[in-house]
Structures are given as C-alpha cells and as structure tokens.
Design a protein around this ligand. Structure first.
Ligand SMILES: Nc1ncnc2c1ncn2[C@@H]1O[C@H](COP(=O)(O)OP(=O)(O)OP(=O)(O)O)[C@@H](O)[C@H]1O
Length: 249
C-alpha cells in the first residue's frame, strides 16, 4: 500500500463544489479535488471534457459559477501572490517573423500587471540565466522565438513559467505537436524537476503512457469525463526538513 502523504504537505489548491458553464453548456459540475504540496497531478480527458476550463479557473482567468477555489490556503478572489504559480498555456505557436528573442520571452515571465514598468535589475538577469540554464536553452537565447522548433519553443515557455521559481507549475498539454523523442525528453525533465525541486505540478496531457509510467494505472478520482491521476512525493519524511532545494539550478 502507498504510504500516506506526510502532514507537512500543505494544500496548494482546494476545489470545493465547483461548477462552471459557458452560457447554457454545463462544463464542470460539483467538482471536489485538492492538490497538496509536492504532488504531481495529471489531468486526462477527452476533447471538450473541460480540462482547459478547469486550469483557467485555477489561474484566475475564469470565475467559478458555483463553489470555491482556494490557492495556498486563500480564497482565489483574495489571492495576490501570482508569482507562486507558473502557467504554460496550450499551443504557444509563433509566427516565424515574431520579433522577440528567447531571452526576451523568458524575461517577460517576470512582469505582471504591477511590475510592468519597473526597471530590470541584476537579480532579474540572474533569474533569467538560471531559467535558460535549467531548460538547456542558453545557446539559443538570442535567437528569434519564431525561428525555433515546437520542442524548443516549449522549453522557452517552460523557462518563462519557471523564472519566478514558482511553487506550483501548471502545464496545459505541454507536448502537443512535438515529436515522440522530444516529448520523452520533456517528460524526463519535468519528472526530474518533481523529484529534485520543491515544486507541485498540475499537468493536462493526452499522453497515457507517461501518465501510467509516472502517475500509476488508475485515476484517484473522476468528475464527468475528467480523470485525475496523482503521484505524491514521499521524500519529505520529517516535517522539519521541508527546506528542499528551492533554487532552479
Ligand atoms: N470561450 C468559450 N465559449 C464557449 N464555449 C467554450 C469556450 N471555451 C470552451 N468552450 C466549450 O467548453 C467545453 C470544454 O472546453 P475545454 O477547452 O475546457 O475542454 P478540454 O477538455 O480542454 O478540451 P481539449 O482536450 O480539446 O483541449 C467544450 O465543449 C468547448 O467547446
């Protein structure tokens, strides 16, 4: 039997009785689910099941019609600490003429509404170099994003999401449109990060092989057509030892 999750693993996302509809189309109904610190949660479901809608609610882009969502113990409407969450949305495909370089795209992860116009300082540059290094894209940092392959672009968006060293990383079908070999490398990177960094993961994927290999054969729960697979991290045995490596590199 799987050991229980240690008590020091705090709830990161708590979803209670959440429902959502677009006009008259009910997409999510009475969803209850929680994600604890250092869990790796995989969301699987057929097209149109409501997976992206759910992620968009969790990152505050859509309000739940009913029910409550808490992030890091706070109701979402009061939550301000968005730097703690990295989000890689579905399909970031760039026009080859798009003028930004890889480094500029990664740096843009530092800006939110409040900080848009503040000056970039030495620490920001260091964070950017760390994110480039951890994604192994330093050598393409000055290339235009539009000139890269889908797999390389995906690494850039992951680096952009990682620049603030988030506690929770949310990925929406990160390997869609990427060849099998690059996909396997990407999952290796993500699972390595889960094992070695103090981060929690929530990922929508259609890759059932990856889900079964890393998250197990059976979902821990289901809501409508959405299934949730979870791997808990058990390597914090002692609650005094939660100070795992928190830097990226
Ligand atoms: N902005 C929108 N307005 C109206 N309906 C929408 C909107 N976005 C999504 N829908 C509908 O809501 C349902 C759920 O969509 P969603 O994108 O959340 O599903 P999904 O599980 O992520 O699907 P996929 O695997 O195809 O990405 C679908 O029927 C979709 O057509």
């Amino acid at each position: 039997m799987e050991p229980a999750v240690p008590n020091c693993h705090q709830p990161i996302v708590q979803i209670k009785d959440v429902s959502f509809h677009y006009r008259d189309q009910q997409v999510i109904k009475d969803l209850n689910f929680s994600i604890k610190e250092r869990d790796f949660v995989g969301i699987v479901g057929s097209n149109g099941a409501g997976k992206t809608t759910l992620l968009r609610m969790i990152v505050g882009l859509l309000p739940a019609a009913e029910g409550t969502i808490e992030l890091f113990g706070q109701p979402i409407r009061k939550f301000q600490d968005w730097e703690r969450i990295g989000y890689v949305p579905q399909k970031n495909s760039f026009n080859p003429l798009f003028p930004a370089t890889v480094r500029e795209v990664v740096m843009s992860g530092l800006y939110n509404k409040k900080k848009m116009f503040r000056r970039v300082n030495r620490l920001d540059h260091q964070k950017c170099e760390d994110a480039l290094e951890v994604m192994r894209i330093q050598d393409i940092a000055d290339k235009r994003i539009g000139a890269l392959s889908g797999g390389q672009q995906q690494r850039v968006f992951l680096a952009r999401a990682l620049i603030n060293r988030p506690d929770l990383l949310i990925l929406d079908e990160p390997t869609i449109g990427i060849d099998a070999e690059t996909q396997a490398g990407f999952f290796e990177l993500i699972t390595h990060m889960h094992a070695h960094h103090h981060m929690t993961f929530l990922m929508v994927t259609h890759d059932l092989d990856m889900v079964k290999d890393y998250l197990g054969e059976s979902p821990v729960s289901q809501n409508g057509k959405i299934q949730f697979f979870v791997r808990h991290s058990h390597d914090i045995e002692n609650c005094d030892e939660v100070d795992l490596q928190h830097s990226l590199v």
